[in-house]
Design a protein around this ligand. Structure first.
Ligand code: SF4
Ligand code: SF4
Length: 286
């Protein structure tokens, strides 16, 4: 079964990406929700936190020292390129990148590589379908792998339950976790705001998304807050042949909806109808 995977991304956080994802969910029909913003996962807060399964996520292996065997020869300290081993042979878990060099060179086998938990993956029930989400342990940096795991489990769920759509709240920016959010999807929606950095944020995320051979739509959020910046974004989209699929005017009620943990598109139904939200949804699911 061909699954329609739709990712919503932005050049930086705080552009209204999650608000848009939450607003889309009730209109997509049967769908799996994937929160790939693993550094700041907040979709589950909006949909009510009803976790029904959780698993630890092993992101990498790290060096583990057996002090009883170690002869303090200092070889591992000299060879660790990540400064994860101190002169008096203590291994810093947060600095260890899991390269395995110390295990390989230790003459007395005092170091063993062991699985390291870097986060958790959850499956929650929501009123609109199951949601896969995750949380990275603070300080861990393997968010790309965790995003890939969330994507993998979302796909398994969709396949098992014969669900056609997956909506993905992607990570903001252009780092590896964003690449993991975009790889293999059918459509990408880039959310941008008409701020001073808005155009630059759009340019960088578009250049990245454009490498993935997928249909890209732009949504300008709060487009009426700066006519000048909104026009610059529109000119850029025209030049790049990028479709602006939705322009959302500033609306205080959207903020009100979020603070009340309500879905904005349901809380402000008339407003969403007026701005062409239904037509936008049709583009995403066809
Ligand atoms: S290489 Fe092995 S024996 Fe030498 S200091 Fe490191 S852990 Fe100890
Ligand atoms: S596994 Fe690599 S990074 Fe980690 S302590 Fe050993 S040499 Fe350093």
């Amino acid at each position: 079964m061909k699954i329609n995977e739709i990712v919503v991304i932005s050049g930086k956080g705080g552009t209204g990406k999650t608000t848009l994802v939450a607003s889309l969910v009730p209109f997509l029909g049967k769908t799996v929700i994937a929160d790939c913003d693993v550094d700041a996962p907040d979709l589950n807060i909006l949909f009510g936190n009803t976790v029904k399964a959780e698993d630890e996520f092993i992101g990498l292996q790290r060096a583990d020292l057996n002090k009883d065997i170690c002869t303090n020869c200092g070889l591992c300290y000299e060879k660790c390129k990540f400064n994860a081993i101190t002169k008096d042979i203590e291994i810093s878990k947060s600095k260890c990148e899991g390269c395995g060099v110390c295990e390989f060179i230790c003459p007395v086998n005092a170091i063993t590589m062991k699985d390291s938990v870097v986060g958790k993956v959850f499956i929650s029930d929501t009123k609109y379908g199951e949601m896969v989400h995750a949380r990275l342990i603070p300080g861990e940096e393997t968010s790309g792998k965790l995003v890939t795991e969330v994507r993998k489990r979302s796909k398994e769920l969709a396949n098992d339950k014969n669900i056609n759509n997956i909506i993905i709240d992607g990570s903001p920016g252009i780092a590896c976790n964003v690449i993991a959010s975009i790889t293999g999807v059918s459509k990408a929606v880039i959310v941008v705001e008409p701020t001073l950095s808005g155009l630059h944020d759009l340019e960088k995320v578009y250049k990245l998304a454009d490498k993935f051979n997928l249909k890209i739509y732009v949504v300008i959020n709060k487009y009426d807050l700066s006519k000048e910046q909104a026009e610059k974004i529109e000119e850029y989209c025209e030049k790049e042949n990028l479709e602006i699929a939705l322009k959302i005017p500033f609306n205080r009620k959207m903020v009100e909806a979020i603070t009340k943990k309500e879905i904005p598109s349901l809380y402000e139904k008339d407003f969403f109808e007026k701005i062409g939200f239904n037509e936008f949804v049709q583009k995403l699911i066809k």
